[in-house]
Ligand binder design. Structure first.
Ligand code: FEO
Ligand code: CA
Ligand code: CA
Ligand code: CA
Length: 672
């Protein structure tokens, strides 16, 4: 998340959200970055003026009529077409109809801030694990009124974003791995009056509730729901205090050295872990996202801090006060510490003693996540969004190739490889489609920089500046991006960007065609030759989200009257037949966030069907659709995160467990 959620207003609050995202979200998760300048102030070109003027002439100024040809679909790379990328990209209707591997009746949207969790008729849900549930041996039961840092270190963390289920050999055992992205102290502590007044114990609890959780799951048989195993030998908490190591070309770089770690190779901890990915070799990747908001920098003119030139927003006072607990969170004390965050972290959940690794070859940004695809020649490709307004889409291609069954070898694939950034080029809208070609511009090769004037350390640690230098395309908050294992196409959720086209900011382009984009869109990418390692691609917008009655929306050619409204796409997943599943964060349509199935192939391409609706103030995260279509895992992040909410008058009591307080929880939704 970043911040489009909020914008300066004349309210009594110094900032207030647009739509329904609360200013609490802004404060806790993104350090109110929308009240601060957009970090990308470069003027690199978007793409042709022709396209821009065409879009503005025909679409934007005229109210942005939803473009696209009903029933049209892009070529099918994996299943069929050898001409997925040629001189003429042939957009033939695709006869393949995947059907619905998850059998459900669409649910109606739930009005905003109604505190209920809704699933389809014939389905039921249960929390699998909630904030504070004891996971490590000896950890105490959750006690909202008497929480301690020691207890929290053995308990499930707060705010669960990325969620994955790593299978074990026994089909009735699995490992749940979850990012605990951030904390909502106002909902955690009865006497909370701001970090400046927090006790040390409260700050330590907050630290301990960040990071990741690994938890073993078991079920009696394949028809039973899952339960987590308290005290399993696999259970683990990874926190901002966990010892990690850097790999790759920038490991040991000067800018990564601190007084506690003069080697520049042994970073401590992870936090702001947003989305992620699960590798074919069974490890989990976690994206460090809004790390900037955790470092204290003086706001005084000439004060300590990287200053206005910083491309990562490490400016302004941290709202967290972690510098009171550990000096490294003060920029003045440790100016390089913030460089040690913003990476992709790889965790081996099968070994609770393993050291998590931060892979510098994959670049430093506000990583939403990282998802792996294996290229035609066996190299591992990772797609990565940098979630902030006007930031870029990246991919990493490993040097070595994936070897089936050779885990030790595969575990090192992400240590060595090349980083690329995307340039989208539209072909104009005369074809009545938002589409065109694109290039992956190479930033590094064999551990060396390809960006003039920048060393490889600079390219990797300041990847945003490298993207600026090569004219990467400024996207509307590129979040989760993942390759569909059935049709081979890549789906990128652009959550929103209400500053698109505003004074002094980038205007619209064909890949980000809507000014003041409050509802976001989904980009579909077809790699050349259907190869994840390609350096060229074809793209089109499969969804332009929002109220279907809004003429600027587009649902892949499907009849807008027949779709569920969807707003602010964030996380993407796929079911076993290749339908796209999207969870949302920040719905602006007057309804709660939710989980949606989107058909991307065949005659129903663009059909959006709502499957679940999350409680008041919550964001839907980390969907996992079980192979057999009978269970859906969904993380409910920050339930009750609404400005007026207090401990005494909570906006949500999800998961309705009798504590009377909201508890972020990973849920399983299954057939009744
Ligand atoms: Fe943590 Fe990009 O949302
Ligand atoms: Ca999000
Ligand atoms: Ca076009
Ligand atoms: Ca996200």
């Amino acid at each position: 998340m970043t911040t489009d959620a909020c914008r300066p207003t004349l309210d009594l609050l110094p900032y207030a959200p647009a739509g329904r995202r609360s200013s609490m979200t802004c404060h806790y998760r993104c350090a109110t970055s929308c009240a601060q300048p957009v970090p990308n102030r470069t003027e690199n070109a978007y793409f042709g003026d022709i396209v821009r003027s065409a879009v503005s002439r025909r679409g934007v100024l005229a109210g942005l009529v939803g473009l696209g040809v009903a029933g049209a679909a892009v070529a099918q790379p994996t299943r069929a077409s050898a001409s997925a990328f040629g001189d003429d990209v042939n957009l033939l209707a695709d006869p393949f109809d995947p059907g619905h591997s998850v059998d459900f009746e669409v649910i109606a949207p739930v009005p905003a801030d109604v505190d209920s969790f809704d699933v389809p008729a014939g389905w039921t849900w249960a929390p699998l694990i909630s904030w504070g549930d004891p996971i490590l041996p000896g950890a105490p039961d959750f006690d909202f009124e008497n929480q301690t840092a020691e207890a929290q270190l053995g308990q499930f963390g707060y705010n669960n974003d990325y969620t994955t289920i790593v299978p074990m050999q026994d089909p009735n055992r699995a490992l749940l791995v979850c990012n605990n992205e951030y904390t909502n102290e106002e909902l955690m502590f009865r006497d909370w009056t701001g970090a400046e007044n927090a006790t040390d114990e409260q700050l330590l609890i907050s630290l301990a509730a960040h990071g990741m959780s690994v938890v073993e799951l078991r079920r009696a048989n394949e028809d039973s729901p899952w339960a987590y195993v308290r005290g399993s030998e696999f259970n683990r908490r990874i926190t901002p205090m966990t010892q990690m190591e850097f790999t790759g070309p920038a490991a040991g770089a000067k800018a990564l050295r601190t007084s506690a770690d003069p080697s520049g190779r042994k970073p401590i901890g992870t936090f702001a872990n947003c989305a992620g990915g699960t590798t074919p070799w069974g490890t989990v990747l976690s994206g460090e996202e809004n790390f900037n908001g955790y470092f204290f920098t003086s706001e005084e003119p000439g004060g300590e801090g990287p200053g206005e030139s910083d491309r990562y927003g490490v400016t302004g006072s941290s709202g967290r006060a972690w510098e009171r607990i550990e000096e490294r969170f003060s920029y003045a004390a440790e100016p390089n510490e913030s460089n040690r965050f913003g990476w992709v972290v790889e965790v081996d959940p099968s070994d609770p003693t393993s050291t998590p690794r931060k892979h510098t070859a994959m670049g430093r940004m506000k990583h939403e996540g990282a998802t792996i695809s294996i290229a035609a020649d066996g190299r591992a490709v990772s797609y990565m969004g940098d979630d902030e307004r006007f930031e870029y889409l990246y991919k990493f291609i490993s040097k070595r190739t994936y070897r089936e069954g050779d885990r030790e070898h595969n575990m090192r694939l992400l240590e060595d490889g090349d980083l690329y950034v995307a340039v989208f080029e539209g072909d104009g809208i005369e074809d009545e489609r938002y589409d065109g070609r694109g290039r992956w511009v190479q930033l590094t090769r064999d551990g060396r920089s390809l960006v003039p004037g920048m060393s490889v350390d600079e390219v990797l640690i300041n990847a945003r500046a490298a993207g600026d230098a090569v004219g990467a395309t400024k996207m509307d908050r590129p979040e989760d991006v993942e390759r569909n294992p059935v049709n081979g196409r890549v789906y990128l959720a652009c959550t929103n960007n209400t500053q698109r086209g505003t004074l002094g900011k980038a205007g619209v382009d064909e890949a980000n065609p809507r000014p003041l984009n409050k509802d976001g869109h989904v980009v579909e990418i077809v790699e050349a030759r259907d190869d994840a390692a390609a350096t060229e691609f074809f793209w089109n917008l499969v969804l332009v989200c929002g109220d279907p009655e809004d003429q600027s929306t587009y649902f892949g050619g499907f009849d807008p009257a027949q779709v569920s409204p969807i707003s602010c796409p964030d996380n993407v997943a796929f079911d076993s037949t290749g339908n796209l599943w999207i969870s949302t964060d920040g719905n602006t349509l007057g309804t709660n966030d939710g989980l949606y199935e989107v058909v991307v192939d065949g005659p129903n391409r663009g059909q959006v069907r709502q499957f679940a609706s999350v409680p008041a103030g919550a964001e839907a995260c980390g969907p996992v659709i079980a192979e057999d279509g009978r269970t859906v895992f969904l993380a409910v992040q920050h339930p009750g995160e609404i400005d007026t909410a207090t401990i005494d008058a909570p906006a949500s009591t999800f998961p309705y467990d009798g504590t009377g307080q909201p508890r972020p929880s990973v849920c399983q939704i299954y057939r009744a």
